[in-house]
Structure formats: C-alpha cells, structure tokens
Design a protein around this ligand. Structure first.
Ligand SMILES: NC(=O)c1ccc[n+]([C@@H]2O[C@H](COP(=O)([O-])OP(=O)(O)OC[C@H]3O[C@@H](n4cnc5c(N)ncnc54)[C@H](OP(=O)(O)O)[C@@H]3O)[C@@H](O)[C@H]2O)c1
Length: 376
C-alpha cells in the first residue's frame, strides 16, 4: 500500500480509502447490510494496509456507522482514521449539531472522529450554517477533542467550491473526481486550487460509482490495443493517483475480490506514475466515452420550465448517461424519478416553446421522441 502524507495535518493516509456506502444487503433481504460480510470486508481492507475509512450518518439507511463501529472493535479502531459526516438536512441549530455528533460517536463506538465533514455542502447551505454557528461548532469540537479535522464534501460548481474553500480554515476536502469529471463539479481546477492551498484532497466516485469499471466496446478496444495490459479499474485509479494533489482515493467495495484487486492496484499507483503514452491513452478513452454522447445538451435548462412539465434536461441527461456508460435504463435513478413523477416525453405536445429558448438550437422536440423511444 502506498501512503501519502497530508502535510498540513502531519499524518499519512493510505492512498486507498474504503468507502462504507456500498455494502450489500443480507441474502434474506430483510436487512440493509449483511453485517458479517461488511465487517469482514472492512477488516480485510485494514489488514491489507488501508488506514482511512469513509462513512456518513445517512449511509445505508443510517446503518453504516453502526456497522463500521462494530468492525472497529478488537483493536481495529487504533489502526485507522475515520471520516464521517454531519447530515446537513437534520441540523436546525447548534444544539442539534452537538446531538448528532454525539449520536455518531456512540454509533461508531469511539471517543473521537478524525475527519468530520459537512456532507455535500453547497454555497447556500454554507451561508446558512455560518449563521447558526457551524464554524464555531467545528472549532469548539476540535478543541474538545471530539473531532480532529474540519472538512466538507462537495458536489456543486467550481465557483461555489472556490468560495467555500477560501471562506474557512478547512483541514481537508472531499470531491468527486475521475477522468470523466475533469470539468465537472470542483473538477481539475478545484483539485489544483486545494493543492495550492495545501489542503489535503480525498477523492470519491473515482469509478463513477462503478460505471467506469465496465468499459463499453469502443473503450475496451483502446485498452486492448495498448501494449501494457490493465483492467479498466486499474487505469481509472492510476489516473487519479497520478495527481500529486490527491491524498486518498475512496472506493466503495462490496466484494472481497474487489478489495483484493484494489489493494494490489494501490500498491504501485503513486503521483507521477503515468508516462506520456499512458496519459494519451486516458485522454483517448475519455474521448471515446464522449463519442457515445447522444445529444449536446449542456443542462443549462433555459428550455425549462416546459408548459407541459416535461423534464427536458433530465431526459437528455439520462439518455446521455445511459449511452455513455452502457447502462440498463431500468437502473438509472434519474430516469426512474422522471417516470415516477410523470415528467416524461410522452407529455410533449410539440408546442416548440423549448426550442425557441435553447442556446444550442437543438431540435428538442424530435430528439425528445428519439430519447423516449430508446429509453422505453
Ligand atoms: N460525501 C458524498 O457526498 C459522497 C458521495 C458519493 C460517495 N461518497 C463516498 O465515497 C466512497 C467512494 O465512492 P463510490 O463508492 O462511488 O466509489 P467508486 O469507486 O466510484 O464506485 C464503487 C463501485 O465501484 C465498483 N468497484 C470498486 N472496486 C472495484 C474493482 N476492483 N473491480 C470492479 N468494480 C469495482 C463497485 O461496483 P459494483 O457495485 O457494480 O460492484 C463499487 O460499488 C463511497 O463509498 C462513499 O463512502 C461520498
């Protein structure tokens, strides 16, 4: 296992951090997590050198922290740093922040949390949390020893990321990053900004929740043609590790074989590990994914609201997503929500209000019908 120094914090973290959000349910189907299996996976990772675990109050219907707490008995707690998150939607005031943190400590069976993150923070929330004393709460809890490091996780725009990052003395930040998300969310710019400020960065969704682990045919052909043979998973993780600003790459494994493979991958993946040909391969892979784009909708939503409540941007986003990553439409939660809410393209009456407003001049009416027939 490669370890990376978080200079600002004076600690070394394993490059592979175990995400505790994706454990499978019990075979009987009546339990959110197969506890024994999850505990065994967590301990397998720690025994293999992982010293960073990531969980959250809300994961797996609020059961993840409890299972992590159980896995960390028998001397395992001392071997790892634990990251968990403040569930922003449950916070009303300072008292509720304190009560939630105490509950998390109890569930994790520990007297301190190493990395305490504001979960999925955005700019608007940050402003309202400042007003109810979140910065003081973080500083007080650090002084009392209940948390070691003040952190946030983030899925918003680069502009919001820059604002939040510059607005408080953060110890660490967690962002989504992979070779497809260079210009999405905090993106490469955000990673580099945190690096410049000396703030350690933990990466989530390195495989886009597993989507990058199964390459579609045109992408696999590129991997196959390259002289060095590696799995899609290994290419994706090595590409992230190549960035010197990255401290930890989280991966939410749900099988022993995945942990085994990731332990092997993170044994050699370090900053600067990729040569020019390998970087070019990954750029070609990225383009090959993008070639699968169905429609050049940028998601600006100028076309909306639709007078008949068709979720135009959502349908195009699902259409692209399903095509890019070769997904089964039945598994796409965005599409499921659109269908469940009755905002599908079957509601379109071809009035054309959307086309008049589209900055890309997309033939929205025609493409909506194509998308809807392909998406079933
Ligand atoms: N703070 C936040 O807002 C937030 C948001 C998202 C995630 N997270 C955290 O970040 C962690 C990492 O994100 P993620 O779980 O989305 O990570 P990820 O690495 O992008 O995706 C995890 C999925 O990748 C697949 N996988 C992992 N290792 C593999 C291997 N060796 N071979 C084949 N497939 C493999 C598995 O998919 P299959 O299930 O298909 O086998 C697994 O469920 C989460 O667990 C969570 O702790 C935080």
């Amino acid at each position: 296992m490669k370890y990376r120094k978080m200079e600002k914090l004076g600690i070394s973290a394993s490059a592979f951090g175990l995400g505790c959000m994706r454990f499978n349910g019990a075979a009987s189907g009546d339990s959110i997590i197969d506890e024994q299996k999850a505990i065994s996976l967590i301990r397998q990772a720690i025994d293999g050198g992982v010293n960073y675990l990531d969980t959250a109050y809300v994961y797996l219907d609020k059961t993840s922290e409890t299972v992590v707490g159980k896995a960390l008995k028998d001397g395992y707690r001392e071997k790892v740093t634990v990251a968990t998150k403040m569930p922003l939607g449950y916070v009303k005031d300072r008292a509720s922040m304190e009560a939630l943190l105490d509950e998390e400590l109890r569930k994790l069976q520990t007297d301190h949390i190493d990395f305490y993150l504001m979960h999925g923070l955005n700019k608007k929330e940050w402003e309202s949390f400042k007003a109810i004393g979140a910065p003081e709460f973080f500083d007080d809890m650090k002084r009392e020893g209940k948390i070691r490091f003040k952190c946030f996780s983030f899925h918003g725009s680069y502009e919001d990321f820059e604002y939040i990052l510059n607005d408080f003395d953060w110890d660490m930040v967690q962002i989504q990053y992979n070779f497809m998300d260079i210009e999405n969310q905090a993106g490469k710019k955000g990673l580099e900004l945190a690096g410049k400020k000396g703030i350690p960065v933990v990466i989530m969704e390195g495989l886009l929740g597993g989507r990058l682990s199964k390459a579609p045919q045109n992408v696999q052909a590129l991997y196959d043609a390259f002289p060095v043979k590696r799995s899609a998973v290994e290419w994706a993780f090595r590409w992230i590790c190549n960035h010197p600003e990255v401290s930890v790459v989280l991966s939410g494994c749900n099988e022993a074989e995945q942990i085994e493979e990731n332990l092997r991958i993170f044994d050699t993946a370090e900053a600067g590990v990729m040569d020019a040909d390998e970087l070019q391969l990954m750029e070609n892979v990225r383009r090959a994914y993008l070639d699968r784009t169905k429609i050049g909708c940028t998601g600006c939503k100028y076309c909306m609201p639709c007078p008949n409540e068709v979720n135009i941007a959502g349908i195009f986003s699902a259409w692209n997503n399903i095509s890019l990553y070769d997904l089964n439409p039945a598994d796409d939660w965005g599409l499921k929500r659109i269908k469940g809410n009755g905002n599908g393209a079957d509601k379109c009456i071809s009035c054309g209000a959307c086309e008049a407003k589209c900055p890309q001049n997309l033939p929205i009416i025609e493409k909506l019908q194509c998308a809807w027939s392909e998406l079933g």
